[in-house]
Ligand binder design. Structure first.
Ligand code: SF4
Length: 290
């Protein structure tokens, strides 16, 4: 059975291709970070409080079904918008004035945050809901809302959701259409600390002596090093060792010829040598200074 592309997968694809791949295909869903779990719990409680308030003030509140969507109920709850292997979840859909070109009632989505401020990822998840809603009601919602934890309704324009989503969905749909999609390599990045797969990726990176173990080394840097035949930290360390030795010899030779000298007017100063080690973890520095 084809795996389903959910909001989590879409958001993960903008952070790390491997994370999106593992969400889609790995039977092991990792270990959610404690902070992420707290935010998810706050988000869920926030949503339920809001829904309770809606039930007190509106008579036309129904659970989401495609039938209720087509008959135009006022408020639909806990929507799961599904089509063609895609699925977006939305806490509340609210009917707005007018009909779509196909004569179907129009809705706008409301989602909930477990935080006071709104992140780019939450906006993208809302855009994915709008994209799915567009497929069901044949017209894009003009806007939607993300409810902050302090009760502030953040209005987000959604009329260009398809433009944002299509380039993100294309590689994910190519994966799900393939029998054996290739697993993206481990490239540790700024999203790892909160990722549920952090432990397994870190272990694999250490086993591979992966270049992304070095602070500040990006996917682009790794591609550049690969073109030069450098794939591990150890291989990279030999370059630094060589350049450091050359630098040290040049420094000694310069001092021999010129007598005592200050670091600042040496051709290869100690500051330059120190700069070579920037970004290397302490584990690797002894290898370089042997
Ligand atoms: S731990 Fe890092 S490299 Fe691994 S899937 Fe998560 S974000 Fe990607």
């Amino acid at each position: 059975m084809q795996p389903t592309i959910t909001s989590d997968v879409v958001v993960a694809s903008t952070q790390c291709p491997r994370k999106a791949y593992l969400f889609l295909f790995s039977p092991d869903k990792g270990i959610p970070h404690e902070y992420t779990a707290i935010l998810a719990q706050q988000r869920g409680e926030h949503q339920e409080r809001y829904i309770e308030g809606l039930k007190q003030t509106h008579a036309d509140v129904y659970p989401y079904t495609v039938e209720h969507l087509r008959t135009g109920r006022g408020v639909l709850l806990h929507a799961r918008l599904q089509a063609d292997g895609l699925e977006a979840e939305c806490g509340v859909l609210r009917r707005v004035e007018g009909l779509s070109p196909g004569g179907i009632p129009r809705y706008e989505p409301i989602t909930f945050a477990g935080t006071f401020s709104i992140t780019t990822e939450q906006k993208l998840a809302l855009s994915f809901v709008a994209y799915m809603l567009e497929r069901l009601q044949h017209t894009s919602p003009a806007a939607g809302k993300i409810m902050g934890l302090d009760g502030t309704a953040h209005t987000i324009k959604l009329d260009k959701s398809a433009t944002v989503l299509l380039p993100l969905l294309a590689p994910l749909q190519a994966w799900t259409a393939t029998d054996t999609p290739e697993r993206p390599p481990v490239i540790l990045n700024k999203h790892c600390p909160l990722c549920p797969f952090q432990q397994s990726c870190q272990a694999q990176a250490e086993q591979e002596d992966n270049l992304s173990l070095l602070h500040g080394v990006t996917a682009r840097d790794i591609r550049q090093y690969a073109k030069k035949g450098i794939f591990t930290v150890k291989q990279l360390s030999y370059l630094f060792k060589l350049r450091t030795l050359i630098g040290s010899r040049a420094l000694v030779a310069y001092d021999d010829v010129n007598g005592s000298s200050t670091a600042n007017n040496r051709p290869w100063s100690r500051q330059c040598t120190a700069r070579l080690f920037e970004g290397l973890t302490p584990v690797h520095v002894p290898i370089l200074s042997e």
